[in-house]
Design a protein around this ligand. Sequence first.
Ligand code: HQG
Length: 178
Amino acid sequence: MTEQHKKQISKFLSLILRHQPEKIGLTLDENGWALVNDILEKSKLQFTLEELNEVVITNDKQRFSFNADKTKIRANQGHSLKTVDLNLEAQIPPRFLYHGTVPKFIPKIKSQGLKKMNRQHVHLSKDRDTAIKVGSRRGKPVILSIRALDMYNNGHQFFISNNGVWLTDTVPFEFIDF
Ligand code: HQG
């Protein structure tokens, strides 16, 4: 399987499992799971169960998970769909977490803090290198340090996705070191 084909399938899965399942007439349950067979049947992009397996296992960010008997699949984070509840357990965060962004957003972030924008959560990284990668998707990255444990001690909840992304509802500007 070529890297290009894998990437194409990964992008397609992100679209239907995070944002627009209706694009192919797919339904997700309340926890974001879709039936694997449904996806194989309804997808306009052609791929086999073996290829789907390979995409899930080798995915650079481990974006997707199967359930125990591998009949269902879901995205580990990144949803814009308001109805999906991943049922993640609240966690105590480390002292610092990081957010990669780009210069043009800094003035707004300075006044409003970090907002979840189109997604269900603000996404934070456990280390600077990961945050650099996230920011680089949009241009020259700027890395913000978030005083996560302080936030937690002030009543903010944190979650960690299956693939290690830290999630929270909003980051007020006073917890951000610019
Ligand atoms: C910015 C990818 C203006 C924020 C990544 C970001 C991640 C504000 C953008 C995951 C703002 C939202 C999520 C405010 C935040 N004013 N701009 N008040 N607050 N922003 O894509 O964190 O490859 O929704 O800095 O690796 O960039 O898809 O969030 O630049 O883990 O699996 O608004 O998506 O993963 O952008 O990325 P996004 P993100 P995948």
